[in-house]
Design a protein around this ligand. Structure first.
Ligand SMILES: *Cc1c(COP(=O)(O)O)cnc(C)c1O
Length: 407
């Protein structure tokens, strides 16, 4: 399995999260399964970004985790929130974010969603020419200048990135070659043109690949702006910073990426001279800060194999089950919370309580012996956990969520 992220300690064998004992957190929440998010770890990530990327704005892509207490803590520390539905837009506004610092991307925005964004003064990242027509018409009908940016489908993608969202035929963004004409039309129609959104991939751990993609993104933004003869106020360079979920993966060298981007921007073409630049991150900010705690309800053997069966599973933590974008299932880091740091004694498979073979939390891992009642901690659970899991599947109770503040 992958390495447990740095920053988790123990007290008398009990896992500490944000300096608090896991058993005390469960008692406070009332029950397992429970997601705990350590705000200090998130703040540390934000601090690290600020040092590595001076002068570059930081946006949080809230689809990674929109739990309200976490979101309002983050909203006060970043420069923008990126949302992908009117529901997420309302969450971002409720978290106290200035509408001018919210951008709304995502394919298939309905008219009522466009209207809500225009009324709120949120920037719409246009995903198609048809959406541009509808947004312009809605703006005219309401007598307001809509804030519009263009999401570009780039003609490249981050090498080796986990999830491909650019390069070739995609439902996201507008093909680069058609963008200059659209930008001209937005400006001529009197829209408040906000610039570009160019997202080339996710879950990249290779600094060189990210550096190359960022340089290509800046070059593309310059080329499109020159062709349109319009300078963009903001270029959202996408994100794609990955985290090391699995055995053998090395963490991303963010500082190296920051130094390279600094050089790229220092040498940027004149048309981008007055542009601001933003990076939008989801999992890199919150993924490692979350732990999913689930209790062992049964222990059994089958054909010589020991199973720990828990009260949680893929309905809360789909990604750990291997069913969220993985091709070959690999184990997220796990531990027995009450014996944190103890040596492995037995090989077990940890599964959830859903009646499907898909519901696996860890296959064939060495753990200290765990009995019924012990708690399993699944790490790397802060991003794409509860918000990305099929909670209604099989009718089990929802998970609890809580944040722990700086210790
Ligand atoms: C999902 C998404 C993100 C966040 O991706 P992470 O891998 O969590 O950083 C950022 N931007 C866009 C456009 C996205 O769709």
């Amino acid at each position: 399995m992958g390495a447990i992220p740095a920053g988790f300690e123990s007290e008398a064998g009990m896992l500490l999260i944000g300096g608090r004992r896991a058993d005390a957190l469960i008692a406070e929440a009332g029950d397992t399964p429970l997601f705990v998010y350590d705000l200090a770890m998130v703040a540390e990530r934000i601090r690290r970004f600020r040092v590595a990327f001076p002068g570059v704005s930081l946006h949080y892509a809230i689809k990674a985790n929109s739990f309200a207490p976490l979101l309002s803590a983050i909203a006060h520390q970043v420069d923008g929130l990126d949302v992908a539905s009117a529901g997420e837009m309302r969450m971002a506004l409720a978290a106290g974010m200035d509408p001018g610092d919210i951008s709304f991307a995502g394919p298939g925005k309905r008219d009522e969603e466009l209207r809500a964004a225009i009324d709120a003064g949120v920037t719409i990242n246009l995903e198609s020419e048809g959406e541009a027509d509808r947004a312009l018409a809605l703006g005219r009908a309401r007598g307001v200048r809509p804030r519009l940016a263009v999401r570009v489908n780039p003609d490249f993608e981050i090498r080796g990135s986990g999830m491909r969202m650019g390069g070739g035929a995609r439902p996201f963004g507008i093909d680069a070659e058609r963008v200059p004409a659209l930008v001209r039309r937005l400006v001529e129609s009197g829209a408040d043109y906000r610039g570009f959104h160019i997202f080339a991939g996710s879950q990249a751990l290779d600094a060189a690949a990210l550096i190359e993609a960022q340089a290509a993104t800046v070059a593309l933004a310059a080329r499109l702006s020159d062709a349109a003869e319009v300078a963009p106020p903001l270029v959202n360079l996408g994100g794609g910073f990955g985290i090391a979920y699995f055995h053998g993966e090395a963490p991303l060298d963010v500082e190296l990426v920051g130094r390279a981007l600094h050089e790229t921007l220092a040498a940027r073409p004149a048309v981008l001279g007055n542009a601001g630049f933003a990076i939008e991150l989801g999992r890199w900010l919150v993924g490692e800060a979350g732990v999913y705690l689930t209790r062992v309800v049964d222990r059994k053997t089958s054909f010589g194999k020991t199973f720990l069966i828990t009260d949680g599973g893929m309905h809360h933590q789909l990604a750990a089950s291997g069913n969220f974008g993985q091709v070959v299932r690999r184990n997220f880091p796990v531990a027995i919370a009450s014996r944190f740091g103890a040596a492995g004694e037995e090989e077990v498979s940890i599964v959830g309580c859903l009646c499907t073979p898909l519901d696996r939390l860890a296959d064939d891992v060495m753990t200290p012996r765990a009995e019924v009642g012990d708690v399993v901690a699944v790490f790397m659970a802060g991003a794409y956990g509860l918000s990305a899991s099929p909670q209604a599947f099989l009718g089990h109770p929802p998970a609890c969520e809580m944040v722990v503040a700086a210790s």
